[in-house]
Write a protein that binds this ligand. Structure first.
Ligand code: FMN
Length: 331
């Protein structure tokens, strides 16, 4: 079995080691969503310290899908120049890059997105109170088109890969979840129908980026709530995501956010989810959740529980986490 410091050589992507920086929103942009020097130094520091893959924070594909006022944007061509500086900074520091494309769906407020938040149905995700406007078919088409345009910008900017956000109560998670998706048209009801929008987005991004471009999907593999998506159904969905051309599954969970309160302090709290998903697919899987200890991170890889480990808050706290972990592996 490989270790944390071993490369991952897989089809379309080669990573120098198994350490991933997961997407983490910093709200460091202007309200127009631009990259600035703080982004460059933030990501450069983690890349220089040895992270193999840096997934840049969630970036909104259209204003109606914006979650916070100072969120990074990828919704306009004018933003591409700044995004290129960011992709160059990460590459120059020796890491591979991805950028996460998002539509917040109902996981926002009218104050931020400038319109009534939209979702599959008029059910807000947990923690939100504003009832969303159920998307009409024409609006769904516009969202798919916006993902396609955002993918074009990500490729133009020079990112090595793209991650589509399908977790944490964002729009694509809201469509997959039977808790938030109460539609009775072709986008609701059966697993196949609830998965229709994510698959349309994957297809659009794939067509835009081309067959050789690595594509990641952040998959909320359990909503952890009554009436929500179960791991059992997620195990049926994962192979369909791969069939639709996803190259790496980044497994997370929680319709209510990325760090459920009762789990968030446990080392590796979503690793069992990742392992369960890994058992039904044959592409690399990223595991995440509360990982702070390099020896534990190594055990996730060495015991075959996942192919890559994402270290979030520990990397925010200590930009050199990867450098120290890789050093520890050599001892
Ligand atoms: C400040 C912060 C911002 C986050 N932003 C995002 C995001 O933009 N996209 C996403 O998919 N997850 C986001 N997450 C979730 C992380 O990617 C990660 O899954 C979570 O923090 C659990 O990993 P950890 O315990 O190692 O921090 C965020 C987490 C934090 C702490």
């Amino acid at each position: 079995m490989p270790t944390l410091s071993d490369p991952l050589i897989s089809g379309k992507i080669t990573l120098k080691n198994r350490i991933v920086m997961p997407p983490m929103a910093n709200d460091m942009s202007s309200e127009a969503g631009e990259v600035n020097d703080r982004h460059l130094s933030h990501y450069r520091a983690r890349a220089e310290a040895g992270v193999g893959l840096i997934i840049v924070e969630h970036s909104y594909i259209m204003p109606a899908g914006k979650m916070t006022k100072k969120q990074l944007g990828i919704h306009e061509d004018g933003l591409t120049e700044g995004l290129k500086l960011l992709a160059d900074a990460i590459r120059g520091a020796g890491a591979m890059s991805a950028i996460q494309l998002t539509h917040a769906g109902a996981n926002t407020t009218a104050d931020v997105c400038g319109c009534q938040p939209a979702g599959p149905a008029d059910i807000p995700p947990p923690k939100r109170t504003e009832a969303p406007h159920p998307l009409e078919l024409g609006e769904i088409e516009e969202i798919v088109a916006a993902y396609r345009q955002a993918a074009r910008r990500a490729v133009m900017a020079g990112f090595d890969s793209i991650e589509i956000h399908g977790a944490h109560g964002f729009l694509l998670n809201e469509f997959v979840s039977p808790y938030t998706n109460r539609r009775n048209d072709i986008y609701g009801g059966s697993t196949e129908n609830r998965l229709r929008l994510p698959l349309e987005v994957i297809t659009a991004v794939r067509e835009q980026a081309g067959p050789a471009f690595p594509l990641l999907y952040r998959f909320g593999a359990s909503d952890f709530m009554q009436g929500g998506l179960t791991l059992e159904e997620a195990q049926k969905i994962a192979p369909l995501l791969v069939e639709a051309s996803v190259d790496i599954l980044d497994v997370s969970g929680g319709l209510c956010g990325s760090r459920p309160k009762d789990l968030a302090d446990n080392q590796g709290f979503f690793v069992p989810l990742a392992t369960s998903i890994k058992s039904v697919i044959d592409v690399p899987v990223i595991a995440v959740g509360g990982i702070t200890d390099p020896l534990y991170a190594n055990s996730v890889i060495a015991e075959g529980k996942a192919d890559l480990v994402a270290v979030g808050r520990a990397l925010l706290k200590n930009p050199n986490w990867a450098g120290e972990a890789l050093h520890q592996m050599q001892e």
